[in-house]
Write a protein that binds this ligand. Structure first.
Ligand SMILES: Cc1cc2nc3c(=O)[nH]c(=O)nc-3n(C[C@H](O)[C@H](O)[C@H](O)COP(=O)(O)O)c2cc1C
Length: 542
């Protein structure tokens, strides 16, 4: 693949470099080339090289003019009647919507190369430098690659069925060996006594999940695959330092159970385009991707079930699916480990959506391994979300929903320090849940912490217990004066956990403006400074 650039200030040139580099990942050779340095009248001869492809990244200037280095190529395209011999090509244009002739050069190149007899293998992409150029390029290039692979029948991995295999050498195990409706919440404790694992409150625990066995079996059924076949997927790219996508040789069953992420994943654009090229109309797939796949939360199994004409081979699927990743949970203790939220709710297609790791952990509560306590492959990830060095500094913790987790650890630690006779500063919690009698997690513990004075102020917003919705930011606003004193004069540390980043941040801007008398810009700068000083920490997710 040769990627030609028509570039003035270097953006198109940079994009070309990236595309050429990507090519290696797909088992192709790629080079980027300055249009000025080649005799483009030779372009038709590219077909003499098997499986060749010319990509053009073309910027537009002035009145829809070419860049200086693309001038000769542009003149040639205008003048030639030459036959392009079905040279494979694709074009990405760089422009700016505020100009009248938006992307004129990209459009012209794409149209003209086809008129001259070239063979377009992927649709014209157009980037807008008025704001979204990088995004435009990335979203063009993401489905571009599967289309190229499909066109040239490039396979990244070869499938091998090893013979004479010593079954002891076949990987059969887990990693350790080498918007929603109603949710169920489970507090889960992992016993680390006797292990070398150590952690501080506020750290995260990473758990390697295992995919649901019944779903693994179902996928084998749908794809007519014998899951116990021993396979090896070998990377065809000799230079790659990753020989196999997962430990090999192994069985389809092990790969699908321990190494590939699919039961809860919607097909990525790459999987989607590749599968759709096999069996579906791309336009249907692209058009409906948002509503039919993402909004309806169809995972890959659901897509295969609901679209019987889609029948990829199992090894193709193994090649395409992303690796199963460790899942991180906030540790909700300072002695044992840890609270997690088990996500289970109904999707619009009536399927029960199960978070891979959380449900696996939940099942571990009832399933034991041969009468012994169930074990879980895990490790601890250090976090910046740590209590202040000086216990006498006040802390303000804001954690709606499951954002409460790390604060349970903080409270246990502050309680312990208090018992040791240390001078422990004010400890204030803002917690938000829906109903007092349904999801007020850790109610007993929190009330107890308040009773013994570890928690000096417990503010709970029950958003749905009354007609008018109340959230943590409303409670923060009520206590404006006190909050400002804490952060401005008492060196308080603020902690925000969960999905409350924006609302909590806005509440603090409000405090700084209303009580501190700052302008909005000054308030933003003020909070930023607190962050740099390490007095304002966030552990957020959505
Ligand atoms: C002086 C000037 C004129 C431009 N004229 C156009 C234009 O007519 N149409 C357009 O779509 N983009 C126009 N652009 C936007 C460029 O094509 C765009 O910024 C592109 O990313 C530049 O790529 P390069 O860094 O590879 O040269 C113009 C940019 C500049 C600085």
């Amino acid at each position: 693949m040769v990627v030609f650039y028509g570039s003035q200030t270097g953006t198109a040139e940079e994009f070309c470099g990236r595309l050429a580099k990507d090519a290696q990942r797909y088992g192709m050779s790629g080079m980027s080339a300055d249009l000025e340095e080649y005799d483009m009248s030779e372009l038709p001869r590219l077909v003499e090289i098997d499986n060749s492809l010319a990509v053009f990244c073309m910027a537009t200037y002035g009145e829809g003019d070419p860049t200086d280095n693309a001038q000769d190529f542009y003149d040639w395209m205008q003048e030639t009647n030459g036959e392009l011999n079905r040279v494979n090509f694709a074009v990405f244009g760089l422009g700016n919507k505020t100009y009248e002739h938006f992307n004129a050069m990209g459009k012209y190149t794409d149209k003209r190369l086809e008129e001259l007899g070239g063979r377009r293998i992927y649709d014209l992409g157009m980037g807008d430098d008025d704001g979204t150029l990088e995004e435009d390029f990335v979203s063009w290039k993401e489905p571009f690659w599967p289309a190229v692979c499909e066109h040239f029948r490039v396979e990244q991995y070869e499938l091998v069925f090893p013979t004479d295999i010593n079954m002891n050498k076949v990987y059969t195990g887990e990693m350790g060996r080498l918007k929603t409706g109603d949710r169920h919440l489970t507090h889960l404790e992992l016993d680390i006594s006797g292990s070398q694992i150590r952690y501080d409150s506020g750290d995260h625990v990473a758990v390697y999940p295992i995919n649901d066995v019944s779903i693994v079996n179902r996928i084998g059924q749908i794809l007519d695959a014998d899951l116990d076949t021993v396979i090896s997927l070998n990377n065809l790219e000799k230079e790659s330092n990753k020989k196999h996508p997962f430990p090999c040789p192994t069985t389809y069953r092990t790969a699908l159970t321990h190494y590939l992420s699919w039961p809860s994943t919607s097909p990525t654009p790459r999987t989607r385009t590749s599968c759709s090229n096999c069996c579906l109309s791309v336009s249907l797939c692209q058009g409906l991707y948002q509503s039919w796949v993402l909004d309806s939360q169809r995972n890959i199994l659901a897509v295969l079930e609901d679209m019987p004409s889609l029948h990829p081979t199992i090894d193709h699927l193994c090649e395409l699916l992303p690796r199963l990743q460790a899942r991180y949970y906030s540790i909700a203790s300072s002695g044992d480990i840890c609270a997690v939220v088990v996500v289970e709710f109904q999707t619009s297609t009536g399927r029960s959506f199960k978070g891979v790791a959380t449900n696996w952990l939940k099942n571990k509560l009832v399933v034991t391994d041969n009468g012994h306590k169930a074990t879980v492959p895990m490790y601890v990830r250090k976090s910046q979300f740590q209590l202040p060095f000086k216990a006498s500094n006040p802390v303000v913790m804001i954690g709606p929903g499951t954002g409460i987790a790390p604060f349970m650890g903080f409270l246990q630690e502050r309680g312990w320090m208090k018992e040791q006779g240390k001078d422990v500063g004010e400890t204030i919690l803002y917690f938000g849940c829906r109903h007092r009698y349904q999801d007020f997690m850790y109610q007993q513990e929190l009330v107890e912490f308040e009773k013994v004075g570890v928690l000096t102020q417990l503010n709970v917003a029950f958003s749905r217990d009354q007609e008018e919705k109340v959230y943590v930011q409303h409670l923060l606003k009520k206590n404006n004066e006190h909050l400002w004193k804490l952060i401005h004069t008492d060196n308080a540390h603020i902690y925000i956990c969960g999905d409350a980043r924006n609302m909590a941040q806005n509440a603090f801007y409000g405090t700084a403006e209303e009580v501190g008398g700052l302008t909005h810009t000054q308030a933003v700068a003020y909070i930023k400074k607190l962050m740099t000083k390490g007095c304002y920490s966030q552990d957020v997710w959505s």
